[in-house]
Design a protein around this ligand. Structure first.
Ligand SMILES: [Zn+2]
Length: 145
C-alpha cells in the first residue's frame, strides 16, 4: 500500500507510528527508577518500543501518541523529567490515560465495558510500574472526569 513500508523488526500498524520490538534507548535510566518487567511499552520520540511484541490496540496507541506530543522534539529531556518528578509523571500519564479511555469509549458504546476498562487502566496507573503515584480509585476519578 502506498505510504506504508516495512523494515526488519519494524511493523507499521498506524499511519506515522513506528512500533519496534525492543527496549527504548534510555532503558537503563528507566530501570533505575521504575520496576520494568518487559511487558511495558514505551514512547520515545515518534517510536513505540514494544519489547514483548504484544498486540497493541488503538486505545493504547492513542495513549502513546499523547506522549509523542508531550515529548515534542525533546524526548530525552522529557524522559529525564518524567523519571525525576513523580508530580510531572502523574500529570503526563493522566493526560495519556484520559485519551486512552476516550478512544476506548468511542469504539465501545457499552457502559459496563467502559467502566470495566476505566477500572482496569486506573489500576494500571496506580501500580508500582508508574512508581506508586496515586490510588486506583483516585485514578479512576481523575481519568473518568
Ligand atoms: Zn503513558
Amino acid at each position: 500500500m502506498p505510504g506504508l513500508w516495512k523494515l526488519p523488526g519494524i511493523v507499521q500498524l498506524w499511519p506515522m507510528t513506528e512500533i519496534v520490538k525492543d527496549f527504548p534507548p534510555n532503558i537503563d535510566a528507566i530501570r533505575e527508577v521504575l520496576p520494568i518487567s518487559g511487558r511495558e511499552i514505551f514512547a520515545y520520540g515518534n517510536v513505540i518500543y514494544n519489547p514483548s511484541g504484544a498486540v497493541l490496540g488503538p486505545e493504547l496507541i492513542a495513549h502513546e501518541r499523547v506522549h509523542f506530543r508531550q515529548q515534542g522534539r525533546r524526548p530525552k529531556r522529557w524522559w529525564k523529567k518524567f523519571l525525576k518528578s513523580a508530580e510531572f509523571r502523574l500529570e503526563q500519564e493522566l493526560e495519556a490515560h484520559r485519551e486512552e479511555y476516550r478512544v476506548f469509549c468511542q469504539t465501545h458504546r457499552d457502559r459496563n465495558a467502559q467502566s470495566g476498562f476505566l477500572r482496569l487502566i486506573a489500576r494500571r496507573l496506580a501500580a508500582p510500574m508508574y512508581g506508586g503515584l496515586i490510588t486506583a480509585s483516585e485514578a479512576a476519578k481523575e481519568i473518568g472526569a
